[in-house]
Ligand binder design. Structure first.
Ligand SMILES: [Zn+2]
Length: 283
């Protein structure tokens, strides 16, 4: 029917809904516009995901797209040096958490946790990649090689739970965030950073120009595509009382250009990444 969004049904969203609306423009941009592939939005919680799921046995991308797919890049927290904004994040967290103990979910090669330990934090990591896990062990960082939902941490263990470009890869963001809420101390903080793939200035511009060059090498490894509103909603559903959500712009450019772009992009929620600070209710 004209004007009625086509509804697609997947087995289930992490919120329990099975009703989805197809996102035509984003499906085209990702090169996932041929049936059965596509990008869809949950009619209940607003999260955007893909069909078929990366966790399904069906091929995640069409053959033509698969041939152009690069190996996924390691998340920036896994690189040898820690981006300055993560050091600033640690310093800010130190001022507001009830205890300087941090769990880094998807700790990569451990650069973030090594920096945190040097600043006096008690550090723990989870990491599913065996090579990264080995590197973390070399540095003497306590590590679990399980998904967060299965990790046997006691309730209220950590002052800070950190997830840097991890949530978009998970099977169920809601289950992961609920687990993070459980293991945080009352008054503790969860800090989440995910790509702003739907709303960033770069993404909107490329979709307007119908360029697929970048999208194929980034978003195709992602199961979920967040916007500030949908990330806020899933954090609330996981039990967090309040989330501060920002969309900073992270260009490689001069300081003055960067600060102006960052200000403009954050005003219109069009920065490159979404960063949320979510607090677990105190006592
Ligand atoms: Zn949903």
């Amino acid at each position: 029917m004209p004007g009625t969004p086509e509804r697609e049904h997947r087995p289930e969203c992490c919120c329990g809904s099975t009703a989805f609306e197809r996102q035509e423009s984003y499906s085209r941009y990702m090169g996932l516009d041929a049936s059965p592939w596509g990008i869809v939005r949950c009619c209940n919680c607003g999260l955007v995901t893909r069909t078929p799921s990366l966790f399904a046995s069906a091929p995640a991308v069409p053959p033509a797209t698969r041939s152009r797919l690069r190996r996924p890049a390691e998340w920036s927290g896994g690189s040898a040096c820690v981006p300055p904004r993560l050091l600033e994040r640690l310093a800010e967290a130190r001022r507001c958490v009830p205890k300087a103990s941090v769990l880094d979910v998807g700790a990569g090669t451990g650069a973030f946790l090594i920096a945190a330990r040097e600043q006096g934090w008690e550090v723990t990591g989870t990491e599913l990649n065996p090579q990264s896990a080995t590197a973390l062990k070399v540095h003497g960082i306590p590590l679990l090689t399980t998904e967060l939902e299965q990790a046997p941490f006691a309730d209220g263990t950590f002052g800070l739970v950190h997830m840097h470009h991890v949530l978009e890869h998970t099977r169920s963001p809601l289950a992961v965030l609920r687990a993070a809420h459980r293991i945080l101390m009352p008054g503790g903080f969860l800090v989440v950073e995910v790509p702003n793939e739907l709303r960033s200035l770069a993404s909107v511009t490329k979709r307007f120009l119908r360029s697929r060059e970048d999208s194929e090498t980034t978003g195709l490894e992602h199961e979920w595509f967040f916007a500030p509103a949908s990330l806020s909603r899933v954090l609330r559903d996981a039990g967090f009382e309040h989330a501060r959500v920002e969309t900073p712009y992270l260009p490689v450019a001069g300081r003055r250009v960067r600060s102006v772009l960052s200000l403009v992009a954050s005003k219109v929620a069009a920065g490159d990444v979404i960063v949320a600070w979510a607090r677990k209710q105190a006592g």
